[in-house]
Design a protein. Structure first.
Length: 136
């Protein structure tokens, strides 16, 4: 990720400070990412992907990989996604790792709808009543 950030930043002739501000991180963090000393935390990914204009991560090969890539691209933790979808965090964890022992179809549909939609409410996804991301 860091090499992509550096290349795009230099191609655009930008110093680190305004890029860091645009991404929402410190200049020191950006420098560490560009040098390969650290990897960005998941909550920085939306800003990074917006700055780059593309997603440099490899295309996920599995359903769980697609869920994880989409979650990270939105800057969400497993817990945050679980809350949004009305699921237990451990459910999100095993599905992302393709370690599901009993792949209940209704749980898969929850993830499929989230992957294919804009911003659904948990009720819309789970088919319940009142109250209450797009993959690139």
């Amino acid at each position: 990720m860091g090499d992509h950030l550096r290349r795009v930043r230099l191609d655009r002739g930008l110093p680190q400070r305004p890029v860091a501000r645009e991404i929402g991180c410190s200049q020191a963090s950006l420098a560490n990412w560009e040098k390969g000393h650290r990897a960005p935390e998941v909550h920085f990914l939306p800003g990074i992907l917006a700055f780059l204009g593309y997603d440099p991560r490899p295309e996920p090969l599995t359903f769980g990989g697609r869920v994880r890539a989409a979650r990270e691209g939105k800057g969400l933790s497993e817990q945050a996604l679980a809350r949004r979808l009305g699921l237990d965090p451990s459910t999100v964890c095993v599905w992302e790792r393709d370690a599901v022992r009993r792949p209940y179809p209704h749980i898969r549909r929850v993830f499929e709808r989230w992957l294919g939609s804009g911003k659904p409410s948990p009720q819309a996804i789970l088919g319940s009543t009142p109250a209450g991301p797009r993959v690139t």
